[in-house]
Write a protein that binds this ligand. Sequence first.
Ligand SMILES: [Zn+2]
Length: 419
Amino acid sequence: VYLGSYSGWYCVHEETFYTDTQVGEDHLCPECHRPVEKKEEAAYFFRCKKYVKELLEFFDQNPKFITPESRKNEMVNNFIKPGLNDLCVTRTSFDWGIPVKEAPGHVIYVWLDALTNYISALGYLQEDDSKFQKYWQDPKTEIVHVIGADITRFHTIYWPMFLDALKLRKPTRIFVHGLMMMKDGKMSKSKGNVIPVPPLVEHFGVDAVRYYLAREITFGQNGEFTPEQFVERLNMDLANNFGNLLNRTMGMIGKYFDGVIPAFDGDKNELDRNLTELAKKTVALYETLNDDLKVTEAYASVMDLVDAANKYIQASEPWNMAKDETKKDELASCMSHLANVLFLTGTLLSPILVTKTESLFDQLNVPNELRNYESAVAFGKLGGVSIRKATPLFPRLDAAKEVEFIKELMAAPKEKAAA
Ligand SMILES: [Zn+2]
């Protein structure tokens, strides 16, 4: 860090510096439209040029450091290759910021202090730095930043450089997520296409909204919101596919086994075997995809299993097994397979369907000691318990009515949000 001078376009009214692009050719303040003046002030700079070579080598040695890869190319081509300027880290024209002890009048302002929060919050250079040692320095710790596209430059260029300067390890991975777009571009109040989230959550439930986002907005890409697609996704996946599997299973266990889930006793036929195999494959796939933060694909794979379980009912024809005394074992096996698929898929979906999966487990009467990931993925642990009263998790939505509801929210976001 060295002392230099910062120059920019200064507006006396806001006491703020603006860039060339912000003031435009007429040199007018973007806030108050008064004329601005070119002004210089003493400031400290971080010597970026010293760390560029090391950073590019680090990018090469760690191809998964920035994902999606397009973001890395953007950083290299737009910011590093044209020549990276040193970063101004202190200012004197205002006093909000962290005062520099050694240089009274200077305050450290944004990015240097903001990024350092990642380690100072863990106790870096403090008396008790045990958390810093555990969560940052321990080579076994995986450090993942999940960030919005607008702050990519700071997290992928300056932050690794600051850490280099401090001789500290860099994060393992930085994931840049996309934005939610509307049909006519970004959400904006002037376009009247803003979706206020609180009333949406209040109306459809937090699980449904979260499911939609995880399922529809592919990680790293921008997603597009339409009211029609929102309602259709919830109906198709949650009401029809997932909800239907629960309703049918609960109904049949009630009818054929007096409400007691038969104990799991392995596979009794080819259909059982296929379902068990798919359940195990789904767990492996789900874990791999989640490790890669491919959340959309991970939840899609769970829904594929739910779909397969619905088809398994059609193919197994339990209603015919029930008429045949010699098929009693197969019928019991069919019910326990279905209950265990529900237990498993509910568990895999629980990071997004936080409240509804609890209700699912209550309906299936999953014992408390089994309500954990290990028990669910072991597949076959649930059995011998009486199911409770069936309650639809996601009632089917009236598409026309709900689309209309969302469109009204978009038309008058302020009044609706306040109501
Ligand atoms: Zn101004």
